[in-house]
Structure formats: C-alpha cells, structure tokens
Ligand binder design. Structure first.
Ligand code: SDX
Length: 433
C-alpha cells in the first residue's frame, strides 16, 4: 500500500493543516490545497504560475526538457508520421485510430464540412475589413443557434456530434472569413479532397479557376495544424474550460477560446512576429531591437520568444524551423529576407545573457508566421489558422472536463484591496473627495 504523502502547513496561530501530495503519470507532483478552505484562507497565484487547475490525460509538456506529448506520443513523431485527422482522433478519443476507425472518422468529418446556408448571411453584418478573428468569434458562437437538438452536454452522443461539427466546420468558417475579407465569393468544401487540401481549396480556389494545392505545401500546413492542436491548460484552453464549467454549450465555449487566443501574448503572437520583423526591417537593426526587448522601461518584447512553461526550446519551434526550410526551398525562397532576419535574431538572442538567464527561447510562433506568409496566407489570417488547429484541443479538453464526475463551476477567489465598508453619500453632500 503506497504511503500517503503529506505537506504540512503551519499557520501563525500554531495550527497545522495537512495537505495531501498527489502524483501524476508524468511531471511534477501537486499539493492538493482543497483542505485549505477550512482555514478561511486562500492561495494567491495571479497568472496561475504555480497552480494546476485540473487533472488531465490529454497533453503533457516538460518545460525543462522541451518535450510535448499528445496522449503520450511525442510531437516530433506525430508531426512527421501522422495526419491531422489522426491526431484529432487521438486527442478526442485517446488513441490513434485503427484503419477502419480512421476511415469512419474521416467520413464523419467530411459529411459535416458545410455550414447552414443562413450562416452565410451572418457575415454580411461585418465590415469587409473586419479582422477575421472578430468574425470567427461571432460566427463560431452563432453555431449554437443551429443545433438546438444536440446541446445536452450531459449526453455523450451530443458532446461527440458537437465535437465532430466543430472539427469539420471551423475550417469552412475560417475560409469564409478570408473570402468575405477580400470580397471573393465563398467556396463550398469539396469532400473529395483531404481535410487540409479542402481548407486550401476553400481559401484559394475561385468559381472561375481550378486550384490545385502543392502537396508539399499541404503537408507543411498539416504539420502546422498538428503542432498547434493542443497544449495543456494554456490561456485559451483554460478559457474554454472555465466557460464550459458553467454548463455553456460547446460552440459558445470554443468562441470564448478563440477570443482568448487572439491576444498577442498568446495565439496572436504569430501575426505579431511578422509585424515585428517588418518593424525591424533589416538585419543591421537587430541589435537595437534586442536592446529594446531587454529594457524594462520599453514595452517592446521579442514576439515569438519566451513561454510560461518551456525553459528550453519549444519542440514545436524546432519542427517549424525545419518546415520553414522545406517550404522556402520548395518555393525557391531560400533567401527570404524575413527568414534570414528571424534566423539572425534567434542567433543574437540565444547568445545574450538576458535571454539565457531568463531561459527565453523561440516558441512555436517564431517561425510559423514565415511559413504561413510563404503559403500566401495573409497576416490577418495567421491566428485564424492557429484557431483551426486548436479547436480539437479545446473540444477534447472541454469533453474531458464535462465527462468528469467531480466537475465544479470554476470560481476563483481574490485578495481584496479596495475600500473598507462605507455609507452612501447623497450627491448634495459630495462636496469633497
Ligand atoms: C503561445 O501557454 C501556452 O501553452 C501558449 C502556447 C500554446 O500553444 O497554447 O504555447 C502558444 O501563446 C506561445 C507564446 C506566444 N507569445 C509570444 O511569443 C509573446 C512574447 N512572449 C512573452 O509575452 C512571454 O514570454 C509569454 C507571455 C509567452 C510568457 O510570459 P510569462 O511566463 O508570464 O513570463 P514573464 O512575462 O513573467 O517574463 C519573465 C521575464 C520578464 O523579465 P523580468 O521581469 O524577469 O526582468 O522574461 C521577460 C519578462 O520581461 N520576457 C521577455 C519576453 N518574454 C518574457 N523579454 C523580452 N521578450 C520576450 N518575448
């Protein structure tokens, strides 16, 4: 019988609280602080740097070693050998599909790629130049208005069909955001194509011209989708879980995740990296911008650098860097100015004590933007691509949470620093502050 492990908290008044220590399959132990409620005190951890919000069996990150596993499989192996829909099956159901399961899953997705025709008029409420992420938040959230028959989140079949609908329809909605933005007609999905190729078809085909995607570029985008599919309890996934803990429907929860992903400190970083490289403008300016990134008085930061968990290179950045080489070589862009600048910026930063001491390394966003630009994806669609990939992570984490019998509504407490109790003052007596 394994010995129970306990952490003891001694309080000022001499009382002691016993807090159980829990271990997972991999990774750091956690101290179960639920007993703390008895003391009337709370923990204080803005940004949750030292807080595990849940237990999960989906994704594991080792920040020191720079490892990332989806259901135990290393990301490098999945990026190299798997397909995105296989990874979706793995994240949602917990296992890589057998041949028959893969075929069934792909057909379940394929037959759901179209959106309700009335959803198309929803776009007309937006200005043409609306940022595609603003449209994504609105349109994905609106999906719940079309599926009243399958929104019972306690019903596993309803949860599964919602997951399949989101995996299938988010690329269609994303491509429609792009087409609406540039004033082109929407392209319907062509289910004879694979998942990624179908997305590129809806993005770049027109009714007047056949579009045939370069298989090497399709594979590069599939790798980007795989690398971005899930990442433990990041800001947007935590947002989806918190929204879902109230019982909100999965479409509303994923829309909340899209909103959180938009921030430049999170999924908006890939767009911000390209803007940063454009602002730097030339390799000769790199030292000046690195100095700005180190200056606490300057709000400028090196976008695409640093990570809350990774204290080593983000394993996804390594794969993304290789993909960069392959795509630029395939397109004859080996001397791409942005890529050369990114490589030089990485070299300079990784030799600088400021970045070394703080263990700031390139993250997944540092190179993904260069690949997307080479694939002719416009800058304002970079985070939309991230959202397409992360939808499977969000919905798998949401499904895991809703299936958890211990589920509770998320309701953090606070350290109150406002005014003490005071009585109302009628406006006639408010003569001084
Ligand atoms: C993603 O969580 C996830 O898993 C996210 C993600 C996913 O797949 O879901 O991996 C996707 O969001 C990747 C991160 C993309 N964001 C960026 O590239 C934006 C630039 N990076 C920073 O904003 C920052 O590194 C964060 C937000 C990513 C992490 O911030 P933390 O963990 O809160 O770290 P911090 O802000 O406390 O920084 C620690 C120190 C500070 O300096 P000191 O106060 O010690 O002097 O490092 C410095 C920071 O100023 N620092 C940077 C820096 N990032 C941190 N200095 C310059 N440039 C940077 N990029």
């Amino acid at each position: 019988m394994e010995k129970k492990r306990i952490a003891t908290l001694s309080l000022e008044d001499g009382t002691e609280i016993e807090l159980p220590i829990m271990s997972g399959t991999l990774g750091p132990d956690v101290i179960d602080i639920r007993n703390l409620a008895k003391t009337g005190m709370f923990t204080y951890d803005p940004g949750f740097l030292s807080t595990a919000s849940c237990s999960s069996g989906i994704t594991y990150i080792d920040g020191e070693l720079g490892c990332l596993y989806y259901r135990g499989y290393p990301i490098e192996q999945l990026a190299e050998q798997s397909s995105f829909l296989e990874v979706c099956h793995l994240l949602l159901y917990g296992e890589l599909p057998m041949a028959a399961e893969k075929q069934k899953f792909e057909s379940e997705i394929n037959r759901r790629t179209m959106v309700h025709d009335q959803l198309m008029s929803f776009y007309k409420g937006f200005r043409r130049d609306a940022h595609p992420m603003a449209v994504m938040v609105g349109v994905v959230g609106a999906l719940s208005a079309f599926y009243h028959d399958t929104l019972d989140i306690t019903n596993p079949e309803h949860r599964e069909v919602s997951a399949l609908r989101l995996i299938a329809k988010v690329p269609t909605i994303a491509a429609m955001c792009y087409k609406y933005n540039i004033g082109h007609p929407f392209m319907y999905p062509d289910n004879r194509l694979g998942y990624v190729e179908n997305f590129l078809h809806m993005m770049f085909a027109t009714p007047c011209e056949q579009y045939v995607a370069n298989p090497k570029l399709v594979r590069a985008l599939e790798r980007i989708f795989i690398l971005h599919a899930d990442h433990e309890q990041n800001a947007s996934t935590s947002t989806v879980r918190l929204a879902g803990s109230s019982g909100a429907n999965p479409f509303a929860c994923v829309a909340a995740g899209i909103a959180a992903l938009w921030g430049p400190a999170h999924g908006g970083a890939n767009e911000a990296v390209l803007k940063m490289l454009e602002e730097i403008g030339d390799i000769s300016q790199i030292p000046k911008f690195v100095a700005r990134a180190k200056d606490r008085k300057d709000s400028f930061r090196l976008m695409g650098f640093g990570h809350r968990v990774y204290r080593n290179v983000d394993p996804r950045a390594r794969v993304m860097r290789e993909t960069c080489y392959e795509v630029l070589a395939e397109l004859g862009l080996q001397n791409d100015r942005m890529f050369e600048m990114a490589m030089e910026l990485e070299r300079v930063a990784l030799q600088d004590d400021y970045f070394i001491e703080r263990k700031l390394y390139p993250n997944v966003d540092f190179y993904s933007g260069i690949v997307l630009k080479a694939l002719n994806v416009p800058l304002n669609m970079f985070t939309v691509i991230f959202a397409i990939a992360r939808t499977i992570g969000w919905i798998s984490q949401w499904n895991e949470m809703i299936s958890d019998s211990e589920r509770k509504i998320g309701r953090p407490r606070q350290l109150y620093r406002g005014p003490e109790r005071r009585d109302f003052v009628p406006i006639s007596e408010r003569t001084k502050r």
